[in-house]
Design a protein. Structure first.
Length: 317
């Protein structure tokens, strides 16, 4: 009987040893996909361009890049080494180097984000991003640079005048292309609660993303609605004038009464149209799902279940 009990104990010990050995072997042979789950998989590149030295708008562009960096690193929790920033003045070779850095780090599990901020130019047929006083980034160049980039999704946000001209060249499978306006339109700056000037669309876009629970598509919807409701109908321009008289309450009141008088003497909307044509600032979005260069002069809701509404800057639980 004692002999039988010893045999059972021995058998149990051998079984436990075998199970431990199998588990250890399995743990050491994790697939590459599973292996990346312990590290942060997403990456971002932020690019500040510049059309000329001593440009009054440059401070705004610089501020917008810094705010985007703050959102990704401090609010969304991106490790600093996962965010590459190019400040003005940068050259094309610097941009190519940043994209090569992304190619060396991103995987098929990575949701990548690229943000370009500056002036834009257009001849009515083509659009260019002003990288520095001597170099313009052309859409077909950028298309070539991002070729062969590995990613789960790639979101490219271009905030400059005429930025809508980029989407045709950059659209692709599992890509989201966001532009602050269309090919013919302007992309405006405005004052915010910090009493500083920001790109209007971009500031609201990154504000929306900062909670980590808003998708890129939802952030586009919020910023688009802000532009269409607030700016495109003249309110932002009115606010700019009122801000000029912030320290002069009497002049501020006189100007406000003047605005009310003009509106009362014109048909509804006439004054607003004179201040700013609604089509002048028209955000766009394109993805490989249901959004095909989407967005018009009115606040837009994206088609349900489209790719842009499913992609978040950080993994969701």
């Amino acid at each position: 009987m004692g002999r039988s009990r010893e045999v059972k104990i021995y058998a149990l010990c051998v079984s436990a040893l075998l199970i431990a050995t199998i588990f250890s072997a399995t743990a050491n042979s994790i697939s590459p996909k599973e292996e990346t789950r312990g590290s942060f998989p997403n990456y971002a590149i932020l690019i500040e361009g510049g059309a000329k030295d001593n440009d009054p708008a440059q401070e705004c562009f610089h501020r917008d890049i810094n705010y985007a960096y703050e959102v990704f690193t401090k609010k969304l929790g991106y490790p600093e080494e996962n965010v590459r920033v190019l400040y003005y003045p940068s050259k094309k070779e610097d941009v190519e180097d940043a994209i090569n850095w992304l190619k060396n780090h991103s995987t098929k599990e990575s949701d990548c984000f690229i943000y370009l901020r500056d002036h834009g130019q257009s001849d009515g047929t083509n659009t260019w991003f002003c990288l520095n006083p001597d170099e313009l980034i052309k859409p077909w160049e950028f298309k070539k640079w991002i070729k062969d980039l590995k990613y789960h999704t790639l979101t490219i946000f271009i905030e400059c005048c005429h930025s809508g001209g980029f989407w045709y060249y950059l659209e692709g499978e599992n890509r989201i292309i966001i532009t602050s306006t269309d090919m013919m339109g302007a992309s405006y700056r405005g004052m915010f609660e910090d009493r500083k000037e920001h790109g209007i669309f971009g500031k609201v876009f990154f504000d929306s993303l900062s909670d980590g629970k808003t998708s890129y598509g939802e952030a586009w919807e919020i910023a688009d609605a802000y532009v269409d409701f607030w700016f495109a109908y003249g309110l932002e321009k009115t606010k700019r004038f009122l801000d000029l008289f912030r320290d002069y309450p009497i002049l501020r009141t006189v100007f406000l009464l003047y605005i009310l008088l003009i509106i009362s003497l014109n048909q509804p909307g006439t004054f607003i149209k004179k201040m700013l044509h609604p089509d002048d600032f028209n955000p766009k979005i394109d993805d490989s799902d249901k959004c095909d260069y989407y967005g018009n002069r009115f606040p837009n809701r994206l088609p349900r279940n489209t790719l842009a509404l499913k992609v978040y800057p950080v993994p969701q639980n």
